[in-house]
Structure formats: C-alpha cells, structure tokens
Design a binder for this molecule. Structure first.
Ligand SMILES: NC(=O)C1=CN([C@@H]2O[C@H](COP(=O)(O)OP(=O)(O)OC[C@H]3O[C@@H](n4cnc5c(N)ncnc54)[C@H](OP(=O)(O)O)[C@@H]3O)[C@@H](O)[C@H]2O)C=CC1
Ligand SMILES: CCCCCCCCCCCCCCCC(=O)[C@@H](N)CO
Length: 329
C-alpha cells in the first residue's frame, strides 16, 4: 500500500477546510435573521453625532423612519437636517428627541414621544450613546466610576429594556436590538479603567438577551468598533495617557460612515458579534466564548492565529507599561 505524501494530505485537508467554510457560509446566509431597514422605525440613542449619526444617515438612505436621541438640542436639530437630506423618499419621517439615557424617566418619555410622532413603536433599536474618559486608574475620582457605568452600561440597559418591552407588547416580529460595545469590550489595557469594564458588561447583557429574547423573535446583535473619528474621540484624546495612545496605536481609526457601513454589513450578514476589520475579527474569534460562530471553521482557524497574536500583544502591552516605571526613576 502506498501512503499519501504529506503534501497530498495537506492539500486534501486544505480543500476540506475551504469546502466546509463555503458550505457553512451558504447555510448561514440562508438561515440568517432578516435585516430590511426600508419602512422600519429605527430608534438611535446618541444619534446626533459620531457613529449614531453615521448610522442614522445610512438607515435613512435605506428608506427607514428615524428617531434620534441625545441631550443637546442644537446638535439634534443639525443632525435631523443632515439625515433628512439623505432620505430615499419624501415620505420618510426623521425626528429628534432630547433625552438623557442615564435618566429612567427620560428614556420612557423618549419611547412614548417617538411612538406618537412616528406612529408606531420602533422595530430596530441601536444604543449608541456612550463616551470614554481615559486616564490612569489612580487619576480618577471615585465619581468617575459611577458616571461611566451609568452612561455606558445603564444607558444601554434602560434603552434595551424599554425596546424589548414595547416590541413584545406591540407584537413586533423580528425586531432588533443592537448594542454598541468596543474592541475594549473584548480586551483592555492601561488607561481604560472606567470605560472597558462597562463595554465588557454590555457583552454580558447582550449574550443574555440574545438567548432570552428568542421567545419573542427579537434579534440581538452587538457591535465592537475600533477607534471612530468622532467628537467623542477628540474629547477622549484630551485626557488619554501617552502609553494608552501607544498601545492602541496599532488600530487605525475609522470615519463614522465607514464604521456605520461595517455595522450594517454585519446586520445584513446576520452576525451576532459585528466587527470592523480583520484584526477585530481575529479578536472576536479568539474571545467569543459561548456564542454562535459567524463561521465555525473560519473562526476556529482565526482563533488559532489569534491565540498567538494575543499572547504576543499582552507581552508588548506589559513591556510598554513597565518602561513607564523606568522613566519614573
Ligand atoms: N469614538 C471611538 O473611538 C469609539 C467609540 N465607541 C462607542 O461608540 C459609541 C459612539 O461613539 P462616538 O461615535 O465616539 O460618539 P460621539 O461622542 O460622537 O457621540 C455621542 C452621542 O451620544 C450622545 N450622548 C452622550 N451622552 C448622552 C446621554 N447621557 N444621554 C443621551 N445621549 C447622550 C451625544 O449627544 P449629547 O452629548 O448631546 O447627549 C452624541 O449624540 C459609544 O458607545 C462609544 O463608546 C466604540 C469604539 C470606539
Ligand atoms: C487577538 C488579537 C489581539 C490583538 C489586538 C490588538 C488591538 C489593540 C488595539 C485596540 C484598539 C481599541 C480601540 C477602541 C477605541 C475605543 O473604544 C475608545 N476610543 C473609546 O471611545
């Protein structure tokens, strides 16, 4: 008997893997939850600037009715004009409601007002409002921890709770709740002591609801952007420690438009965890835990590569922070 050579075995294994990846992709495509924004009421917190506004524009182009939520009226009004100018047709409604997502009564009122003004409860909800205040842990005031958890975690939690409640009561089928985490919800390093924990927490909530809300046919997704060139990004860079800038320097920030397009692409593909580039895809595959794969065979390959990169990156981060110690002496 002639045994196949190593070369033949490797080619056969490679071909089997590629076939498995393609077959699973086709299956995933056929069975994915629908994403059809045309005619849907899309409710976007943090919709007046940055990612939220970029997303509102993309959804308006796709034919959706839009409600944006934020605190400052002037930014909301400007955003409404910009979003309206991108609508596919005249009949689309675009409204703004001034509300603070950290205040429970505000969130309830925002959903009530949106229902009256648009004429029905939202079918798709995107919880974009959030912000970072990067500093070294010891430079924070104790109040900073409360502020971050209120905005970045509770703000999304309140909005999601009201969304699910109203979708259930209105009997909306295939409603969507889309959470906004960050790559910093999957890894963290010096400078993000108030922010990263809240973005990890959102992952916990999203994992819970992805499973729990299936009983009402509500789809849950979570987005993990890298840097976004937004007013929030300019603001956080004012306090960001140098070492934090250095560690995250390997990430190329995107425009809100590019970022919103990645999110929409992920929703169209029916992915639960939605990423923005190849590095973030590797990070997802390496840290996804007990969630559905986007593509089991490809994710497993990426995770293998990711384990190596992640271990190397941890050494690099530690080396950068340790070199601060040498600088201090
Ligand atoms: N920028 C980045 O590099 C990254 C950002 N992200 C995340 O993406 C999301 C969008 O970020 P980005 O595009 O930078 O956002 P921006 O800072 O540009 O916009 C934030 C939006 O949220 C609103 N907002 C802030 N606080 C509240 C509040 N208490 N109640 C209601 N609305 C509020 C703001 O309006 P107003 O102030 O008037 O209320 C604004 O509309 C955030 O969740 C952020 O954590 C994730 C990865 C990277
Ligand atoms: C397995 C592979 C591991 C290697 C990963 C290396 C990536 C490191 C860069 C992380 C960049 C984080 C940007 C988040 C921006 C953000 O959320 C803030 N701007 C807050 O708004």
């Amino acid at each position: 008997m002639v045994l196949p050579s190593w070369g033949t075995t490797l080619v056969a294994l490679g071909a089997a893997t590629v076939t498995a990846i393609i077959l699973e992709r086709i299956y995933h495509y056929i069975t994915r939850p629908p994403f059809e924004p045309a005619g849907k009421h899309c409710f976007i917190t943090g919709g007046s600037t940055g990612l939220g506004k970029g997303l509102a524009i993309e959804l308006a182009k796709a034919g959706a009715d839009i409600t944006i939520i934020a605190r400052r009226k002037a930014e909301l009004d400007n955003a409404v004009i910009e979003i309206k100018s991108q609508c596919r047709h005249q009949g689309q409604k675009v409204i703004a409601i001034s509300a603070d997502v950290t205040i429970k009564e505000d969130i309830v009122r925002a959903y009530d007002e949106a229902k009256i003004k648009i004429g029905r409860d939202p079918e798709y909800v995107f919880t974009c409002a959030g912000a970072a205040l990067p500093k070294m842990f010891l430079d924070y005031d104790l109040e900073d921890f409360d502020r971050s958890i209120k905005l970045n975690f509770l703000g999304q939690t309140y909005a999601a709770h009201q969304a699910a409640l109203r979708m259930k009561e209105a009997g909306i089928k295939r409603g969507k709740i889309v959470f906004v985490s960050s790559m910093l919800g999957l890894l963290s390093f010096a400078g993000y002591g108030t922010y990263s924990p809240t973005k990890f927490a959102i992952r916990g909530l999203a994992d819970t609801l992805r499973n729990e809300l299936k009983q009402y046919d509500i789809d849950v997704h979570i987005f993990f952007p890298g840097g976004i060139l937004s007013p929030g990004f300019d603001q956080e860079n004012l306090t960001k420690p140098e070492v934090t800038k250095e560690i995250e320097g390997t990430n190329e920030p995107q425009t809100p438009e590019e970022c919103a397009k990645s999110l929409i692409h992920g929703l169209r593909s029916g992915n639960y965890m939605i990423m923005v580039d190849i590095v973030s895809e590797i990070l997802r595959a390496t840290t996804r835990g007990v969630t559905p794969a986007n593509n089991f065979f490809l994710d497993t390959l990426l995770a293998l590569v990711g384990q190596i990169i992640a271990s190397g990156y941890a050494l690099y981060m530690d080396w950068l922070v340790k070199s601060l110690k040498t600088k201090q002496h």
